[in-house]
Design a protein around this ligand. Structure first.
Ligand SMILES: [Fe+2]
Ligand SMILES: [Fe+2]
Length: 242
């Protein structure tokens, strides 16, 4: 694939649209440090420029991944109805976050208590995971109790986007700001752990914590991508608020 000629992925295509069309390409962006979820509205050219990457090389990497994953393993979020997508997000990503974050908080506490003396950053890892868990639980509650029901009503034709709390654009912009904050917390965790990399002295709990955090980061990116780049813009468009 040549990014200059392929109509699907020109340098002007947004990275969020690329992942919406080809979910498997999220892994390429993750490897390159390109933010496709909160930063999903940036074009491929702009994203490459920010990371000092050659867009042609990135295009070749995307093409190679498309060929290798022609049947994408991720669900086709862009092909779902809004209700199906909201249900899917709740039943997969929200369920995962609810079960995984308490486990990560507990492990981060144990690792900080035992090994904090040799790596002072472990206390901040623990505090960051606690704050992230508090934020994510409150955030998902708002989506499940307020925003997703509004989205389902809009799709059912029972509402036009105006609710007692005003336009659906209001809760969406709050959710997007909270995604940014969660993304920053995960980026900070990556920094504090040298890219979730254990060292020779790391015990098994420390290794399990790092593996869990790395997996959490990938899941958060896919989760936020489905909301920011697919669910929210389509809900806004259907409510006439885009
Ligand atoms: Fe969510
Ligand atoms: Fe969210």
């Amino acid at each position: 694939m040549n990014t200059a000629t392929n109509p699907a992925f020109t340098p002007e295509t947004t990275v969020g649209a690329i992942v919406a069309e080809r979910p498997a390409l999220a892994r390429v962006f993750e490897r390159l440090g390109i933010d496709y979820c909160c930063g999903g509205k940036q074009t491929l050219a702009a994203a490459c420029a920010r990371r000092n990457l050659d867009p042609h090389t990135v295009g070749l990497m995307l093409a190679a991944t498309v060929t290798a994953n022609d049947a994408p393993s991720e669900v086709d979020a862009a092909g779902m109805t809004l209700t199906q997508l909201a249900d899917h997000i709740e039943q997969t990503h929200h369920v995962y976050v609810k079960s995984e974050l308490p486990r990560l908080v507990e492990m981060a506490g144990r690792v900080a208590g035992k090994h904090g003396w040799r790596d002072g950053r472990l206390a901040e890892v623990h505090q960051t995971v606690i704050a992230l868990a508090e934020e994510m639980f409150s955030h998902m509650r708002k989506e499940e109790l307020i925003l997703f029901p509004m989205v389902r009503q809009i799709e059912a034709g029972a509402a036009d986007g105006s609710f007692h709390c005003g336009s659906i654009a209001n809760p969406i912009s709050v959710m997007e700001a909270e995604h940014e904050s969660a993304g920053n917390a995960v980026a900070r965790l990556r920094e504090l752990t040298d890219g979730f990399t254990p060292d020779a002295e790391s015990c098994n709990t420390h290794r399990a914590l790092l593996a869990g955090l790395a997996e959490f980061e990938g899941d958060l990116h896919r989760h936020v991508h489905k909301e920011n780049n697919i669910l929210f813009p389509r809900a806004l468009a259907q409510s006439g608020n885009n």
